[in-house]
Ligand binder design. Sequence first.
Ligand SMILES: [Zn+2]
Length: 206
Amino acid sequence: MGVGARLGEDEEVLLALPGDLLSVIEEFSPGEGVYEERGMVYSSTVGLIVRDMEERRISVLPLKQDPPMPRKGDSVLGVVVGIRKDIAEVDIYQVEGARSFTNPYKATLHVSEVDTRYVERIVNAVWPGDVVKAKVLLLRDPYPLSIKEKGMGVLLAFCTKCRYPLLLKGGRLVCFMCGSHETRKTSSNYMLKWGSVEARLIKNLI
Ligand SMILES: [Zn+2]
């Protein structure tokens, strides 16, 4: 019947979860965020239960709304999903510090935007499956990205041969499963640095 959350002395706001039985139809008619089944009114979302006593209508005000879309200059987190010619295709899952998107936004990373130094081929900087932190250059679909800045780039990369996560050791990415060395434009915040707790945990798994 919903989880009670007391706000004040005599004020009780009820939170409904999807499928919660809220009322019988004789008592309240269904409004927004609810559905009726065999004379019963259920919540269809996570939200606050609102009873309109005059209209005898019950609704659920959804709490969860999709976070705002990425904007120019935003720092975003995404996954490389494909490579074509000089461009990496990236799915943006989150604006840094905000909630993640239900459906990712499409973005592109051109080889000229991966490093301050000249990079000949995009695969020398990113590879499908890599988790990247990037900056949104323009508000356009797909979003053009850049990983030139120091903090930007690959946060986590996987071995192209055996798909194990790569460890960053002495500025190089090493696979501890197959011994392969790989090249990426890594972020200064790369997640698996040699000697870090995370790296030791992963090594223990292997
Ligand atoms: Zn490997």
